[in-house]
Design a protein around this ligand. Structure first.
Ligand SMILES: Nc1ncnc2c1ncn2[C@@H]1O[C@H](COP(=O)(O)OP(=O)(O)O)[C@@H](O)[C@H]1O
Ligand SMILES: [Mg+2]
Length: 347
């Protein structure tokens, strides 16, 4: 029975298992271990561990020589790359002893926790978002109220300077006013992130929303010598969302696209239906330089920006809004041009 259990366990268990002999060779290895390590069983059985891991520096090997000396390892986190797949593993190892207590070998067991690790990263991300939300909720109004009076008095000053033909002073007030607008914009994005604004969910016609903001996008595009193309479907099903927030999402992403094309280009907004997933997909495509692979993971992080005057909040706001209505935002960028795909579930 015990032998049966051992055989079945080695085959069925969702762990990589290796048995190591006293001479530091592999005695046995299960399929899961082979799959994670990326070697066939015949390449490992009876071979010295040092040969199998020859290409890996000593401290990164899954199997350490010290384990034969009785060093017990529990829940040791290691990462392992097999071809181009990266695994996060949790590893246990211990020695095996005969009835007399002498060490006769050792075992290593490792569990693939790659998905858990990315979950952990997601949780950390939403923690950070929640923290920003709290800070924002506490301070946004405190910043906005004094700004309103500063702005009001500056506008008075500006009018006076203009009357007295003090051009230089007037230009200073212009700069100050536009900087105040920038702070106000930042605070608005903060407030959106903090969910201070209640979403007003209703049935929304996406084409109506897109047609409504098209003039704003077009005028922004004109400033950057870009062209805008809207490719609507003949008709689309309604979605449940907050119309104003959706506008903000489309505007943010279109603005990013236009800003990515300082020397002109084409911004395309296209619609698709994913009947399988029951989602309406809106592609926003630009012909800019694309997003380098090593930055793609970061662009949704709050405050991540590559722009001199960027806030880095645009995409995190978009993501929050879209996730709240059960949608998705995907980005694909292959060297040339970038496509953001916003998926919104329809009923
Ligand atoms: N269409 C795009 N093409 C290239 N890079 C982009 C595009 N959209 C976003 N990015 C990158 O993502 C970053 C974050 O965008 P966002 O959150 O909107 O903040 P911001 O626009 O203030 O920088 C940008 O600074 C830019 O590096
Ligand atoms: Mg932006």
């Amino acid at each position: 029975m015990l032998q049966r259990f051992t055989d079945t366990f080695m085959k069925d268990v969702n762990l990589g298992v290796m048995l190591i002999g006293l001479d530091y060779t592999v005695i046995s290895v299960n399929e899961k271990a082979c799959a994670i390590l990326g070697c066939g069983r015949e390449q490992m059985i009876r071979r010295p561990v040092d040969d199998i891991f020859a290409a890996v520096p000593e401290q990164h090997r899954l199997v350490q020589r010290t384990m034969l000396d009785g060093v017990i390892v529990r829940n040791h986190a290691v990462s392992w790359t097999n071809h181009d797949r990266r695994y996060d593993l949790l590893l246990d190892s211990n020695v095996l002893r005969d009835p007399g207590g002498r060490i006769v070998g050792a075992y290593v067991m490792f569990k693939d926790v790659t998905n858990l690790r990315s979950l952990e990263a997601q949780v950390q991300r939403s923690d950070r978002l929640a923290m920003i939300g709290q800070i924002a909720a506490g301070t946004a109004h405190e910043i906005r109220n004094p700004l309103t009076s500063i702005k009001g008095f500056l506008q008075l000053l500006r009018a006076t300077f203009e009357q007295r033909e003090m051009a230089k002073e007037r230009s200073f007030t212009d700069v100050m006013l536009s900087e105040i607008d920038r702070i106000n914009e930042l605070v608005s994005e903060f407030l959106l992130l903090s969910k201070q604004k209640e979403a007003l969910l209703a049935e929304v016609d996406i084409q109506h929303v897109l047609r409504g903001i098209l003039p704003i996008i077009e005028s922004e595009a004109l400033l950057h010598n870009c062209e805008v193309q809207y490719e609507p479907l003949p008709s689309v099903p309604p979605v449940t969302a907050d119309q104003e927030m959706l506008k903000q999402v489309f505007l943010n992403i279109c603005k990013n696209g236009i800003e990515a094309m300082p020397d002109g280009g084409i911004l395309t907004i296209a619609e698709k239906l994913d009947q399988g997933d029951r989602k309406l997909l809106i592609d926003i495509r630009d012909t800019g330089p694309g997003i380098p692979l090593f930055l793609v993971d970061k662009i949704f992080d709050p405050f991540f920006t590559t722009k001199e005057h960027g806030t880095g909040l645009g995409l995190s706001v978009c993501q929050r809004i879209i996730h709240d209505i059960g949608g998705t935002i995907r980005v694909s960028s292959k060297g040339y041009g970038t496509t953001f795909t916003i998926g919104i579930p329809f009923s």
